[in-house]
Design a protein around this ligand. Structure first.
Ligand code: UT7
Length: 310
């Protein structure tokens, strides 16, 4: 099987910084409560999916040293598209000057990892260069009067170029895409008001369970053990969710990449944003075994295990 490797990575953050102190001016909340219960200090807000997604994609293409015209496919994961249609990916394709096919997928916060899994299968099927973009602008669907959700979300984008790994021991080793539709009502954004509504406590409980199960599954599929994982890049929803999942997986918390303190929950963008930060800090290096694991509305869940490097 041809393995897909990440050869380029780029990110973009929402334009404006909104701190917990800013939110406490209009909501019955405090910096202390938000930091203690979520780990979030501030978030970035502003920008369209097209603008943020294209910015992240340009950086990823540059790092991969390829032109947009070399791409075989663009997959854009978003649950907050700029329009009902056309897809954000079509507009990103045009903005980049690419000529390949393009489509959006909506698997909420698991979407980027779903995209990595799909890119892997397309590369196995013969494609050479697939761009996966994760972008969300949740601030547009946030009820800024609801303290139980307004403190959590931010806007951002991340993108990766995936190509056949040049060495047999690099690239995606195993992937998992899951869905537990019986929990669909726990986290919704309905056409009736277009606001995010959530049973936070229950999402928390189920999130830890599905993250652990999906992680164990990709490890088992690759014949590897949790102890062999060098870095975990989890969905950035709540620091306490990450802490609980790492504990149950038996992986030291220091191995988890986190950026949510400054980004908040950026849905599809959260995993590539955390990945980019970990690579920049040197906590993900060539040859490392890296576990991506996301969960979100649906309830969707996805994991991917990869050996870092081209
Ligand atoms: O991408 C996936 C998206 N979502 C998630 O992953 C969210 C998962 N859930 C969570 O992160 C947490 O459940 C929250 C951060 C949303 C809430 O934290 P919690 O520890 O589960 O708090 P809680 O809902 O049990 O609320 C505890 C108390 C309540 O007051 P009472 O009933 O004890 O008097 C809430 O009304 O905290 C109150 N509360 C707040 N207080 C100050 C809720 N939100 C706030 C707030 N500031 N922002």
């Amino acid at each position: 099987m041809t393995r897909a490797a990440i050869t380029g990575l780029g990110t973009a953050a929402g334009h404006n910084v909104v701190t917990n102190h800013d939110l406490a001016k209009t909501l019955d909340t405090s910096d202390e409560w938000i930091v203690e219960r979520t780990g979030i200090h501030e978030r970035r807000i502003g920008g369209s999916c097209l603008e943020l997604g294209a910015q992240a994609a340009r950086t990823a293409l540059k790092e991969a040293e390829i032109d947009a015209t070399d791409l075989d496919l663009i997959i854009c994961s978003t649950c907050t598209p700029d329009q009902v249609f056309p897809a954000v990916s079509n507009r990103i394709q045009n903005e980049l000057g690419a000529t390949c096919g393009a489509f959006d997928l909506n698997a909420a916060c698991s979407g980027f990892t779903y995209g990595v899994s799909l890119a892997q299968s397309q590369i196995t099927a013969g494609m050479k260069r697939v761009l996966v973009v994760g972008v969300d602008t949740l601030s547009r669907f946030t009820d800024w009067d609801d303290r139980t959700t307004a403190i959590l979300f931010g806007d951002g984008a991340g993108a990766v170029v995936m190509e056949p790994a040049s060495s047999e021991d690099r690239g995606v080793l195993s992937t998992y895409m899951g869905s537990e539709g019986r929990f669909a009502d726990l986290l919704t954004c309905d056409f009736s008001d277009l606001f995010i509504r959530m049973d936070g406590k229950e999402v928390f409980r189920q999130a830890v369970r599905v993250m652990v199960a999906a992680s164990q599954r990709v490890l088992a599929d690759a014949g590897l053990k949790a102890a062999e994982v060098d870095a975990v890049v989890p969905h950035q929803a709540n620091f306490r969710i990450i802490e609980s999942a790492m504990k149950r997986l038996g992986i030291p918390l220091e191995k988890a990449a986190t950026v949510l303190d400054t980004t908040g929950n950026t849905s599809s963008a959260s995993i590539p944003l955390a990945m980019d930060s970990a690579v920049s800090k040197g906590s993900i290096r060539d040859g490392d075994l890296v576990l991506l694991v996301g969960f979100g509305a649906g309830m969707s869940v996805a994991a991917a295990l990869l050996r870092w490097g081209k």
